[in-house]
Ligand binder design. Structure first.
Ligand code: CU
Length: 749
């Protein structure tokens, strides 16, 4: 079952020979050849060059888009539009064990009101955390329109850290916004319903019983106790509040910033009448509250009396409303976009210059608070902002065009005709006080017009990259994202996010705390109490320890596993065959997998993430004995080796020791080079060297073991431990050589 390295090398050598024999010389095509053959124009090639990512190149921006309805977030780069990661948020995601390991399952279950595990989420408009109105790269928030949930993701490790179901909203708008210092995360209802599981008649009780509301979730940022700078902020229900509103259908909303900090604007409608609502949450936060399902609640009457909420009537429905980068204006995405003046609006609200009330909510005079308006096109879906002063973009769905316009001068500057019907827009850093530009992404809401490949009745979602760096805008790239129904996205300068490489050893990544199940090398054990079995195991190339676990049919088994690796991207996966469990263990992570061993038999467990050429060596056996089974004395004895087998293991061991000595020479020469050239002066090289020696440190136990077994003449065990030691050595040499290469490049710069 186990391949030796020698067998693998022989196989590779054979394959190479076969390839060499059958190949003939074919010259590389020139750029002109390729253009001709594929029918590409100069413009096509220019577009390709603009998004091409040279090896070692780095995207300028990270972008995040929700899958719309599979509950997963997609991380991609701008301008390459390469997808980097899928992150489970509202639904289980097996690759990273999300909703499979005990830690993330507990987090998801705690986030519901009935301890169930929803397998679905509808996520559309994310928000990045802000400090002083600017993206700080620490957190990202999402809401789930399908199950009234809100989620917090950490951008240190791109993992979901908290999911909470709203204590009484039955339907929530699948979008979220933050206040300029992320003091609050804003979550609103969407379709009006009675609260607290009441039944009411839509005909008779609608206006009195159906409700809408806005929740201000209090957010606290903090760093982990271990001092690694890992951010472990949380939403705090006990410090949050909701304002109760009449039965409006609520839609897109945004928070004010700078001079308009303290206000929230959003879209509301009732019986075919449309409004922009203005909400002063700072006034609302000072009002008296009652409790509903442990959430503080402000009554509609108190809110109105305090001048903290009003409606601005608008003639036609809008599809979005956004605060401009300066915080001076809020602008509707509508066929005729309306630009509103925040200062005038705030003054009118403060002075209660109210017109006729709607469902008890006062209105403001639209003309009095409006700065101006401009017709942009038909079925305008969204707007986005530029770093150029007062410049915005609009997507006109029916007109198949992007409009660049100036919202201060109220003039259209230019247009880009598209081959598709555009939906939601995004500029990098676009929903912050400092939008960047050069790029605009546009979702293709239909995927019909570009002659996309037919892959059956459901097509992927498409997002286009538009180059907006010059006066002439250009559509330069189309990315397809499967398993998604795309809406809004957000994007932040890549260097604003500081992702970690490894966790402090034994971290429960969902809480940021050191797990009480953390297990270090040599401390692996199996504990049993009645029918409850706890396996405290470790993962490191290329072993899962323990290698054999015996339980009885019906036992409840938990594998608490710790990945001991300190190396970059050395994640191990774990599954027990046919038991449907799966975990992902990033370097340093501890997670637990619990299942009932309800079928007798032999079940291999193994590492499911390719972690080295010997990754399949990471395996073990779960023996589930039939209930009441007693092994015979013969079976209980370990099978003895024949003298020939013992001799063979001895030889294998001696061969391995030779290889170990040769590898050590390589390491010694690398170490000499690194020391001579003062590697410690270069932080990244130093980090690699630390990584390398960390590997060797881990190896000490293996060396002690093989020397002991060899001294005792137990050649099989001696060989296996020598093999393990060599694994560490190879990794050390590998990292060491990378450090050497980097150092020589830095020196010769
Ligand atoms: Cu592995």
């Amino acid at each position: 079952m186990k391949h030796t390295f020698k067998q693998l090398s022989t196989l590779l050598a054979l394959l190479l020979m076969v390839c060499m024999v059958s190949s003939e010389v074919i010259a590389q095509q020139s750029l002109a050849d390729v253009k001709k053959k594929r029918g590409l124009t100069d413009d096509d090639v220019l577009s390709a060059v603009k998004t091409f990512m040279p090896r070692g190149g780095r995207d300028e921006y990270f972008a995040f888009v929700g899958s719309g309805n599979s509950g997963t977030m997609v991380v991609y780069g701008l301008p390459s539009m390469r997808i980097y990661k899928y992150v489970g948020v509202f639904s289980p995601e097996p690759w990273q064990g999300y909703g499979f390991d005990d830690e993330s399952t507990l987090m998801l279950k705690k986030g519901t009101n009935d301890n169930l595990l929803p397998g679905y989420g509808d996520m559309r408009f994310p928000a990045l955390s802000e400090t002083g109105g600017k993206y700080d790269g620490k957190y990202l928030f999402y809401t789930d329109g399908g199950n009234s949930r809100i989620a917090l993701l950490g951008l240190d490790d791109f993992e979901t850290k908290q999911v909470l179901m709203h204590p009484f909203f039955v339907s929530t708008f699948p979008g979220v916004a933050v206040t300029p210092n992320t003091e609050y995360v804003i979550h609103t209802s969407q379709f009006p319903t009675p609260w607290n599981e009441k039944i009411a008649s839509v005909d008779n009780d609608y206006e009195s019983t159906f409700k809408s509301g806005i929740t201000m979730w209090k957010f606290h940022d903090s760093e982990d106790a271990a001092g690694t700078g890992h951010h472990i902020g949380r939403l705090i229900k006990e410090e949050s509040f909701t304002v109760e509103l009449p039965p409006f259908t609520l839609d897109y909303f945004d928070a004010g910033r700078a001079a308009s900090n303290g206000l929230v604007v959003g879209l509301a409608s009732f019986k075919n009448n449309h409004y922009v609502y203005v909400f002063d949450y700072q006034k609302a936060a000072k009002l008296k509250t009652t409790k509903l399902n442990d959430m503080a609640l402000v009554s509609t009457q108190d809110l109105v009396d305090a001048g903290a909420f009003a409606l601005i009537p608008i003639a036609a429905p809008a599809r979005s409303v956004k605060t401009d980068p300066t915080g001076n204006f809020f602008i509707t995405a509508a066929d005729e976009a309306q630009v509103f003046d925040f200062a005038k609006t705030k003054a009118a609200l403060d002075q209660k210059q109210f017109g006729q009330a709607v469902l008890g909510i006062p209105t403001l005079n639209t003309e009095a608070v409006q700065y101006g308006k401009l017709a942009l096109g038909q079925k305008v879906m969204d707007i986005a902002f530029d770093y150029r002063k007062n410049v915005a973009y609009a997507s006109a769905f029916n007109d198949k065009k992007i409009v660049r316009w100036n919202y201060k001068d109220l003039k259209i500057e230019s247009e880009l005709a598209l081959s598709f019907r555009p939906g939601h827009l995004m500029t990098p850093q676009g929903n912050s006080a400092e939008p960047h530009s050069n790029y605009l992404t546009v979702t293709d809401k239909e995927g019909l017009y570009d002659k996309h490949i037919n892959i059956g009745p459901t097509r992927p979602s498409y997002q286009h990259l538009i180059d907006i760096s010059s006066d002439e805008m250009r559509d330069i790239y189309t990315m397809s994202i499967p398993q998604s129904n795309l809406y809004g996205s957000v994007s932040v300068l890549r260097t604003t996010i500081k992702p970690i490489i490894r966790y402090p050893l034994g971290t429960n990544t969902r809480t940021g705390e050191i797990s009480r199940y953390r297990t270090v090398a040599g401390q692996e054990k199996i504990e049993r109490e009645g029918n409850r079995v706890h396996v405290f195991g470790t993962l490191i190339r290329s072993h899962i320890t323990p290698e054999i676990v015996e339980v009885e049919e019906g036992d409840v088994v938990t594998f608490h596993l710790t990945n001991l690796e300190r190396a970059e991207d050395e994640t191990h996966g774990f599954t027990v065959s046919t038991y449907g469990i799966h975990g992902s263990f990033e370097p340093g992570k501890t997670a637990s997998l619990t299942f009932k061993a309800n079928r007798a038999g032999v079940f291999p467990y193994y590492c499911t993430e390719f972690c080295s050429a010997l990754h399949l060596e990471m395996e073990g056996i779960l023996l589930v004995r039939p209930k009441g089974y007693k092994p015979s004395p013969e079976e209980a004895k370990e099978a003895a080796l024949t003298p020939q087998e013992l001799e063979q293991y001895k030889k294998n061991y001696e061969d391995k020791i030779k290889v170990i000595n040769e590898t050590q020479e390589v390491i010694n020469s690398v170490v000499a080079y690194l020391k001579e050239n003062k590697y410690e002066k270069y932080p990244y090289v130093e980090a690699l060297v630390v990584d390398a020696f960390d590997q060797l440190e881990q190896a000490k136990t293996s060396k002690a073991n093989y020397e002991r077994y060899a001294a005792e003449g137990k050649w099989r065990d001696a060989f296996l431990w020598a093999e393990q030691y060599w694994q560490y050595q190879v990794k050390t040499a590998d990292v060491g050589l990378r450090a050497k290469k980097l150092l020589s490049e830095l020196i010769n710069k």
